[in-house]
Design a protein around this ligand. Structure first.
Ligand code: NDP
Length: 303
């Protein structure tokens, strides 16, 4: 049976480490990191993600700034807001000095706003989501280091390394090639010296490719697509997929499942993450980690 990687427990450990570093920064510089969280409109899922992020900030001593904009806000007004946040100096909040050192624009944005345009206006130094094209570009280049890594792919690598799974020289398969998960996850694995193959919706016979992998990162958004028989015995399986499927036995009428058939795959794999409780809790934690890293650079520069 596979070792089940407990994302919640790993996330808790990392959050304690971050809280400790925030305290140390506060002592050294007399101020704490701040994260501006921008949300446009009233989408329920976005509101809930933003709520989680703001709550997590508060728990670790990071100050979050709430910028809630109406659904109809124009692209140019949103960009103006981003520009203001880019140059936001120290501010005092509840008697505490704080530097707004990270900016997060919750996606998706309403259809009339060009996401790519907005994201590329965020200052590179404050791009804690790691979605700025320059950050992604550097991730794709040899011997270049982006200032920030995108949170979910960073979470996958952190889960592997904290579970003692070595990446160097291993065959890794990433299922999915989105800009926010699949593609950057494959680039991170490559940077860590894995030999990487990407499987996507046009790949023929994905099972034969996945069966070769020592490491599988699944991010296709296809409920339980990857069967136990597709997994190489002893492989490490990181399941990013978060899919709601009907379940009349639940009060909500649904349950969350991953892209991997957990019951089957856990009998074959060496390590596996559950859904929920695997990558999910780690993603927000990596956002906080990025905010801390950005603050350290900001504080040092402005000291
Ligand atoms: P996208 O829909 O943007 O991308 C899905 C990718 O999977 C695409 O590249 C697509 O290929 C590929 N794909 C779709 N169907 C198949 C298939 N049958 N076989 C192989 N590849 C396939 O999704 P995201 O990357 O945003 O998210 C992926 C999953 O991860 C979702 O379930 C999402 O909810 C979850 N997620 C979880 C997070 C967490 O923190 N736990 C954070 C972010 C996402 P193609 O490019 O050819 O269309």
């Amino acid at each position: 049976m596979a070792t089940v990687i407990d994302g919640k427990a790993v996330a808790q450990t990392i959050r304690s480490e971050i809280a400790e570093e925030v305290r140390a920064l506060s002592q050294k510089y007399g101020k704490v990191p701040g994260l501006a969280v921008v949300i446009v409109g009233n989408r329920k899922d976005s509101q809930s993600y933003v709520g989680m992020k703001r709550k997590a900030c508060a728990e670790l001593g990071i100050k979050s700034f709430d910028i809630d904009l109406p659904e109809q806000v124009s692209e140019s007004d949103l960009i103006k807001q981003v520009h203001q946040l880019n140059v936001n100096p120290d501010v005092h909040v509840c008697g505490k000095k704080c530097m707004q050192s990270g900016i997060l624009v919750q996606l998706p944005l309403p259809k009339h706003i060009n996401e790519e345009k907005v994201l590329s206006e965020i200052s590179l130094e404050k791009d804690v989501d790691g979605f700025h094209p320059l950050n992604i570009g550097k991730l794709a280049m040899k011997d270049r280091d982006p200032l920030f890594l995108p949170c979910t792919p960073k979470a996958c690598i952190e889960l592997l390394s904290r579970s003692g799974v070595s990446i160097k020289g291993k065959k890794a398969v990433v299922v999915g090639r989105s800009n926010i998960v699949g593609l950057p996850a494959s680039l991170l694995l490559l940077k860590a010296d894995a030999t990487v193959t990407i499987v996507h919706s046009r790949t023929t016979q994905p099972e034969s490719i996945i069966r070769e992998a020592d490491i599988v990162i699944a991010a296709a958004g296809q409920p339980m697509m990857i069967k136990g028989s597709w997994i190489k015995p002893g492989a490490a399986v990181i399941d990013v997929g978060t899919n709601a499927v009907d379940d009349p036995t639940k009060k909500s009428g649904y349950r969350l499942v991953g892209d991997v058939d957990f019951e089957e795959a856990s009998k074959v794999a060496g390590w596996i993450t559950p859904v929920p409780g695997g990558v999910g809790p780690m993603t927000v934690t990596m956002l906080l980690h990025n905010t801390l890293e950005g603050a350290k650079r900001c504080f040092e520069k402005n000291h």
